[in-house]
Design a protein around this ligand. Sequence first.
Ligand code: BES
Ligand code: MG
Ligand code: ZN
Length: 490
Amino acid sequence: MKINITEKNLVQPGALVVFGFVENEEAKLSETAAKIDKKTGGALSKATSLGEYKGKFGQMIEILAPNGIKASRVLIVGLGKGYEISEKQAEQIGGKIINKLIYSGEESVSIAAGEHAAHVGFGVLLRQYKFDKYYTTEKNIKRPTVQTVNVMTSDIDKSKKEFSILEKIADGVIMARDLVSEPGNILYPESYAQQITELEKLGIEVEVLNEDAMEELGMESILGVGQGSSSETLMVIMKWPGSKNKNEAPVALVGKGVTFDTGGISLKPGAGMEDMKFDMGGSAAVVGAMKAIAGRKAKANVIGVVGLVENMPSGTAQRPGDVVSSMSGQTIEVINTDAEGRLVLADCLWYTQDKYKPKFMIDLATLTGAMLVALGQDYAGIFSNDDDLCNQLIKAGDAVDEPVWRMPIGDGYDKLINSDIADMKNVGGRYAGSITAAQFLQRFVNDTPWVHIDIAGTAWKQKASDVAEKGATGYGVRLLDRLIKDNYED
Ligand code: BES
Ligand code: MG
Ligand code: ZN
């Protein structure tokens, strides 16, 4: 779909979208809508005076084949009280519009947007995404008819500039969604690393550590997870040297990339196991964020590190009770092979702080089912040793509508992962499963400021939202990009 930021032109064919609002509890038309109303002999005001439409936020009314204008239909969209909306709301409106019209038969849509035109266009881009590449026969799927969306504004220079950046962020979100949506037979460590290597086109340096290299570094923890799989375990490092000062300590993003999580010998139940293709959602957020950051040429040094591995049961798989070492030298008793994400991140985190001495590390992972129990699908949980960083993340999350909620950590929880025969075990008890997972990670961050984001609930949604089809959300890309934009650029 092509999105153009254009000047106002009300004589276009296709669908024309105009806005209404509420004033004194009555439905009103925007200036542009009022113009169209005149041209159509009052068709719009007649429609808005009928039925349920009141101009409430997101309310819509559609007028087909109106007289007096070129457009084949007019969609009136309510903006709520007073016509003033936020950037976030502009994105929601863009999403609602394209969701309404995408299969309408129209090829082009023209939206008479105002000052937030770029964000309306961004919402359109995010909501139009569908993962439909595996449908081969037309009868299985409705194909979108809309090819072009013209977002019209009088503030064209500013909006174009703004949109050119948002478009790069959308590229990152969409890459993350694509990665998360791909099934495990298509996306496995080698094919995943291949896709990441493509980012070199954007000026990102990509380095791949194979099993030999990781063995050399003592990374028994991540290697143990992949031991039962016929795919090679890989760690991929992405570097974006965007700051003027190339020696400035980087920001580090770390992601769990379990391309499929069967649970290993501690096998998961069959029902719903197919969902575990999304167990690389944390790494996808990191890869997508790197793409966005490089795409918009962010002035910051950023490192992305992802651990790519498949967790399979087999004759070579790790056993419950096995003791492994790690790059940090600490030993781990693997009580449950399904608690594999923390084993992957342990070596990723240690390696990242050891090698790159970053300002801070943020890891993202679909780490625990307990996260869904605690927070559901709206908020991701954050766990951290740094209050300032948490507050920056909370702000960024609110701004881009990828909200985070801080969870506690502490010594009492940390004790729960002490082991009788090794430095720690990879599961706590029955309670506080997301927190004991975070405590485990904290043992591998050294003194580095760090936040862990558990995205088990937010990486994948059963229901569509205003800005995403159901399925992969790309959660985290916008959050990380915004955190860097607001706090860590030259
Ligand atoms: N990938 C899962 C966590 C998960 C579960 C994410 C459901 C999203 C939805 C993780 O590897 C896992 O299996 N964790 C276990 C840990 C437990 C064994 C301590 C879990 O949450 O059950
Ligand atoms: Mg698991
Ligand atoms: Zn997992």
